[in-house]
Design a protein around this ligand. Sequence first.
Ligand code: SF4
Length: 307
Amino acid sequence: MRILLQFPEGLKQEALKHAKKLEAEGNEVIVSASPTFGACDLAIDEAKKVGAEKLVHFGHAEFHHVDFNVEYVPYAVDAPLSMLGSSLPELDGFSSICLMTTIQHVHQLDKIREFYESNGKRVVLNRPNGFAKVNGQLLGCDAGNVSTLDREVDAFVYFGGGLFHPIGALLLTTKPFIRVDPFENRVERIDQLRETYRKRSRGRVLTSLQARNFGILVSTKNGQYNLNLAMLLKRKVEGNGGNAAILVSNTFDYESISNMLEFDAFVSTACPRIATEDTDRLRKPLLSANELVEVLKMQQEASLRSR
Ligand code: SF4
């Protein structure tokens, strides 16, 4: 069988090893060299182009159903649990916690849960309600039912590396939020980042108030494609007296987008984290759909006041 292999950036270093193994089993193997951001970003077009009958996607669990033969190979990482003890002082006085992690560490959740329970905490796991697949799993775009749990628990605990995943959950909650990073040997409260992200969002909205021409970005990635939303936003802009064009790409190249000088602001309809994480990569404001709606509302109010 001809197979296309796809790896996220952190696993690309193992591409040859996996290719050789599958070749030894009698397959013809081709490896995708494109950047890969998640299971929202399956290389199905490449697989079809090279005549592959199957895509093997490493490092992520299924995101949503696609009409192609895809095998998901999640990559479990046994992270050291030694930092859990250091998180207890941060959790002093909190009797119930919501625990979450990335797909790489979900197999460790039982042990982590046992640790906190044996230290007197009631532990709940966030339940998936969108793209995540198992209890306790956190995606950058799917924190499950954390908004509901916000009323139920005293604090949130994220176990894993980096800030990308917990920020999505952080912005949907109000309680103390503790990050336990087993790779950086770090335990920290990240609550203050809520205000930082809210201020940045407010700044983007305010700097877009004079914008008339909006470029609405659509990604062709299978799990990020939302042309209907883009068309709806285009109609909203035009209904407000502005101009809009839908700009389509697979991976956004911000240098190339910056060359589109006629646009005063851009709006992402793709990965929801683009409008929180990539905003510094363009000289013009890069808004989420909700931020655009806020801008249009404020423009309408300003227009009514000036009559
Ligand atoms: S956060 Fe963005 S890149 Fe990650 S899985 Fe969701 S849509 Fe894909």
